[in-house]
Design a protein around this ligand. Sequence first.
Ligand code: GLU
Length: 474
Amino acid sequence: MEKIVVRFAPSPTGFLHIGGARTALFNYLFARHHSGMFRLRIEDTDKNRSRQEFTDQILSAMAWLGLKPDGEIIFQSERTEYYRDAVEKLLATGKAYRCFCTREEIEARRGTDPGWKYDRKCASLSEDEINENINAGKSFVVRLKIPETVVQFKDMVRGDMRFDSKEFEDFIIVRSDGSPIYHLTVVADDYDMGITHVIRGDDHLSNTPKQIFLYRALGIPAPEFAHIPLILGPDKKRLSKRHGATSVEEYRRMGFLPEALTNFIALLGWNPGDDREIMGMEELVREFSIERISGNAAVFDFEKALWLNSRYIAALPDNELVDIFIELYRNKGVNIEMSERIIRIANLLRPRVKTTVELWDAGVFFFKQPQAYDEKGVRKHFSPENTVKILEADADLIQSCEPFIEKELETRLRAMAEREGEKAARFIHPLRLALTGSTASPGIFETIVLIGRDECVRRIENAVRFIQTKKGRE
Ligand code: GLU
């Protein structure tokens, strides 16, 4: 079998978003599955809209997702000469022609007919007429001469496609400023790069017949095509900013793991043929096939993305989790080092978060005393008459507990509650609020140990002061 070569061909006019990432991923998986090549081509011919920062961003988002391209990256902006050669060839063989009609002339001939197509006025200009126009400094575009024909191809996702050339006019392939248009650059490059399969978004389906006309005019074979269906938001409208985060970068910043995001994106319009949902890159490569891409639009489900992410967080090896944890905290100004304690804290928080960023809110109290107390919690747990006494008893217990381990803390606290004829919860709720500022936390005894004896006592003293001041004000 011939070697499979595919490409991802983004225009650097914006961030890489979910749709683009999916196109890249499907190409990548297809290439890897068949031991083929996954090429990257930056389509930066539109000088006004293309930006280096977007190219950089696309490259870093792809690297983050693990989509490493093979071979050199091709930049269309560096290939002007090559496109010119292709156009010269088309002009020389009479497959394309220069058109000197001005916009006004065309508008006048079009009139109000919405179905009007370019009338080929310039298709039959003689060599002399062409030279005369050029010498007179008239500007021109180049149009492709579309033969009367029917274009048929079998799209690997959409099935049999048929387009009648009557529906098309002799479309422009070079603008009056000499710049080639997208259809020409894509066809020239796909051929030159040896692309065997073009896997891209459905929005390009209507471009394909035009590109096939070009392949034929250039006398070169067309690749196979697979057009993947749109991604819709939960409201069944095309996925857009309105639906929330759409760029890969945003997901990265929100605390998604790259493996979780690739897994999620892979399932947008593709499935392994059974109900597997958690699939790492290796498994995706092994299972991927174009036949399993659905012809229906995929619906984006953010909750599912979160769920997958939480599963990947749950499965992260300790050292990776801790690295992420330490980096997150350092970025927020809390300098911590790898230690047994950090490993325990990170593991304690792991099942409680859906994104890595949540590790901050969920765990900052281990390193900083609470800046405020949850209001509802204050009403419920700090307000009863004997709360101060209870907290002081907690502090004494923590102060004197030996060994300072969870089990011992628990036994002693429960015994104390029993002696006082109270429920253990009565000693635990205000304590949790005093230590964490919140009414929810990991198990209280483990939390006490991980905050540390002296720090716990300090925080209880602070809470007592807070309660007394509050009482004083009332
Ligand atoms: N540059 C085009 C885009 O970003 C893709 C062209 C193609 O895949 O053929 O939409």
